[in-house]
Write a protein that binds this ligand. Structure first.
Ligand code: MG
Ligand code: MG
Length: 304
């Protein structure tokens, strides 16, 4: 892990953050359109076309397309794929799949980056297509989103960077026995998609740079139902679990401001997410957590 203190972290003016907000809203709208189109029978290439159309219609530019040669507008990672999956005509979604969608857009040179995980059908027939129960998959997706919001809530001036990392890890561990991916992290963001500092999803609190107004971070926990060991497929992009266990990935771009965290890639700026966190309504139903723990104890997952 690299948490260098000599690298300056880009500080944005309120006017620059306003442009990042515009990029965040384009990203959010594209993700919403893609998520709404997710259904059994659609290919991930078709989803990619929807995202590109949305972003370009808004006068923005897809961040991912051409990034180190990445060929598409979104990353689509299915089931045991964790992140960086390449959309394809051959990859047709099936009832019961879990799909992580990652998307980024640029407005006037400023970036937004966000990801979410959706279920492809939750019918009884879907169970036949997959190795996990409904409760296990619902719990995984819920835990990952919850861990993200716990991290976002600490993007406030005066906090240290790893306070966020610690909060993400603690929330994930409290939600169940999930594998927390360590080899891929969140990141600073602004005039480039990936900037300093890296934002790990684990670790002790109270380390790393002190957060200051004008910083922007992409926080992005990745959780799996088994071991967090990863491998990259022969396409040189797609990151998968070594044990084949299924994964979830959630991400938001957040600005550190005097008034607290502003979630640039959430349409309401994060109001609903933070309100849910405060009210405790985001806690996983106890029966789901119990089911997950039982499955782990029986060897369905290797834990961490
Ligand atoms: Mg992303
Ligand atoms: Mg990112």
């Amino acid at each position: 892990m690299r948490l260098r203190r000599d690298d300056p972290i880009e500080l944005k003016s309120p006017a620059q953050l306003a442009i990042m907000r515009a990029a965040g809203l384009v990203t959010a709208a594209a993700l919403r359109a893609v998520a709404a189109a997710v259904a059994p029978g659609i290919s991930t290439a078709e989803l990619d076309a929807i995202a590109e159309r949305e972003i370009r219609a808004a006068g923005a530019v897809p961040s991912f397309k051409g990034y180190f040669g990445f060929p598409a507008t979104i990353c689509t990672s299915v089931n045991e794929q964790i992140v960086h999956g390449i959309p394809s005509r051959e990859q047709v979604l099936r009832d019961g799949d879990v799909l992580s969608i990652d998307c980024g857009a640029i407005v006037d040179g400023w970036h937004g980056d966000s990801a979410l995980t959706v279920r492809v059908g939750t019918t009884a027939e879907a169970s036949a297509n997959r190795p996990y129960s409904e409760a296990e998959l619902a719990g995984l997706v819920h835990a990952c989103e919850l861990a993200l919001w716990h991290g976002l809530a600490l993007a406030v001036p005066g906090r240290r960077l790893t306070d966020i990392s610690h909060a993400v890890e603690q929330a994930a561990r409290a939600a169940g026995r999930y594998g927390i991916i360590r080899e891929y992290t969140g990141h600073g963001i602004g005039t480039a998609m990936h900037m300093d500092p890296p934002v790990p999803n684990f670790g002790r609190p109270g380390r790393g740079p002190v957060l200051m107004p004008g910083m922007a971070l992409a926080i992005e926990p990745m959780l799996v139902l088994g071991s967090p060991q990863t491998a990259v497929l022969a396409d040189d992009w797609t990151v998968v679990t070594v044990d084949g266990s299924w994964a979830a990935h959630f991400e938001h771009t957040v600005a550190v401001t005097e008034d607290g965290p502003v979630v640039l890639t959430a349409e309401d700026g994060g109001a609903a997410g933070f309100a849910a966190l405060r009210s405790g309504h985001t806690a996983a139903p106890p029966e789901q957590v119990g089911a997950i723990r039982m499955a782990v104890a029986e060897g369905a997952g290797d834990g961490i």
